[in-house]
Design a protein around this ligand. Structure first.
Ligand code: AAL
Length: 425
């Protein structure tokens, strides 16, 4: 009897190994991938391409709920800004990073106030804006809580001709470096989208900067281009948008958007580095370093930098991570990302190799009233959990429930309906 049991035991081991080898399950899971929490360590068991990605990609976790670089986004209207009953004569957009200085939050942004709304399509002139950010200045506001703001007024006005920025200054971002404050901004010397613009969208400009020893100014303009367009024929020859400075690895890293042409226009993001806030900035040899997105928004995370990559491109609607600030990989996919996010980043300039992430910031909603000829943009607040210091499970939900009316709002166009009906005849 004992011999039979022993023999049966040997045979079942032999057959089960045979089975498992057939299934390729050699070490960890003889009966198949386990139920419950995903194994924390990568199993020796051969995995599918998809599950290899779970362990090998730069995801910040093995599930969405534990991925520190995944979050959904929640939005709140701001109090304190007057939009002239949304008649299009005032616009606020492209908020900078939010800084907390002496217990008060500060933000800088594009402020346009014109007698009429923008008239897109080369109809602008010295008083009529051709784009929402044409004939604009850089203004700033302060807040005690990040929800109610007090507009403080102009920080950087348009410059005198022929200095860069005489037509418009827009899309600012802020750097604090060695005790001074620096504002970088798009500096137009021609009407954006005008006759003499060469780029695809005609939104051609370089970047200039201004400096102050106080966040409240006065700001002294560089009156020179600080980050210039690339050489003819290169990806950033026309457009250097969304200058976004951080302090990283003992230098000033400015990320920016270039427009690469094509139809639709391909947008990518580049990096330029300097030890002097007014340059010269050396563009990274691997530029462009991000292959998608629109406005630039990055933050220190662990020893590297994370990026919010929204709106356009193969990798739109992703949050990406580069352990070296240059070689970015997708860390998560998300939805309803903030447009032109200016996050509150307490350690934006700490450069301590231990970036903690973000939980809120300002963004904008654009093209408000455009169909009624009252086009303008409005600032708003976003909240998220892309922080190593909090864990908000509601921010880690992936299955966002949208009322069907939102989906039906983005219905078929007449032409699409016609095409579909033709095809089903
Ligand atoms: C923004 C930014 C730049 C563009 C325009 C105003 O979202 O990308 O600033 O020039 O749109």
């Amino acid at each position: 009897m004992k011999k039979c049991i022993f023999l049966f035991g040997i045979l079942s081991i032999v057959f089960s190994c045979g089975d498992s080898e057939k299934r390729g399950v050699v070490d960890d899971f003889p009966t198949g991938f386990p139920y419950g929490n995903i194994p924390r360590e990568k199993p020796k068991t051969p995995l599918s391409k998809a599950f290899n990605r779970v362990y090998d990609n730069s995801y910040g976790g093995l599930e969405a709920a534990t991925n520190e670089l995944f979050s959904n986004f929640k939005y709140t209207p701001l109090k304190g800004f007057d939009y002239h009953n949304h008649d299009g004569t005032v616009s606020r957009r492209d908020a900078s990073k939010v800084l907390k200085i002496n217990g008060k939050y500060y933000v800088w942004y594009t402020h346009r106030e014109t007698s009429v709304p923008p008239i897109d399509g080369k109809m602008g002139n010295d008083t009529i804006p051709n784009k929402d950010w044409d004939l604009a200045e850089i203004w700033y506001a302060t807040s005690d809580d990040g929800f109610t703001w007090k507009e403080q007024g102009v920080a950087v006005p348009r410059t005198e001709k022929p200095n860069p920025g005489w037509r418009s200054v827009s899309t600012p971002d802020i750097l604090v470096y060695k005790g001074n404050y620096y504002l970088y901004y798009q500096a137009y010397t021609a009407m954006p989208g005008g006759e003499n613009s060469k780029g695809t969208g005609g939104d051609d400009c370089p970047v200039a900067a201004s400096v102050s020893d106080s966040p409240d100014g006065p700001w002294i303009p560089s009156n020179k281009v600080v980050l210039d367009n690339g050489p003819e024929g290169t990806w950033d020859q026309y457009v250097i948008h969304d200058p976004y400075p951080l302090v990283y690895r003992d230098k000033i890293y400015i990320y920016y958007k270039g427009e690469m042409g094509g139809s639709p226009n391909v947008r990518a993001q580049g990096l330029a580095i300097s030890e002097d806030p007014f340059g010269p900035f050396e563009k990274h040899p691997l530029n462009p370093v991000i292959n998608s997105g629109h406005e630039t928004s990055l933050f220190p995370f662990k020893e590297g930098l994370a990026a919010l990559v929204s709106r356009h491109g193969l990798e739109h609607n992703t949050i990406q991570y580069a352990p070296d600030g240059v070689n970015f990989e997708i860390a998560s996919i998300t939805v309803l990302m903030p447009i032109a996010p200016g996050a509150h980043i307490p350690d934006a300039f700490e450069d301590n190799g231990n970036g903690r992430g973000i939980t809120w910031g300002l963004c904008h909603f654009r093209n408000i009233g455009r169909s009624e000829g009252k086009s303008h943009s409005m600032l708003a607040r976003f909240d998220c959990d892309l922080s190593l210091d909090i864990h908000d499970p509601l921010m880690k939900e992936t299955d966002i429930f949208n009322d069907s009316s939102i989906n039906f709002k983005f219905g078929l166009t007449e032409a699409q309906l016609k095409r579909i009906k033709e095809a089903t005849k």
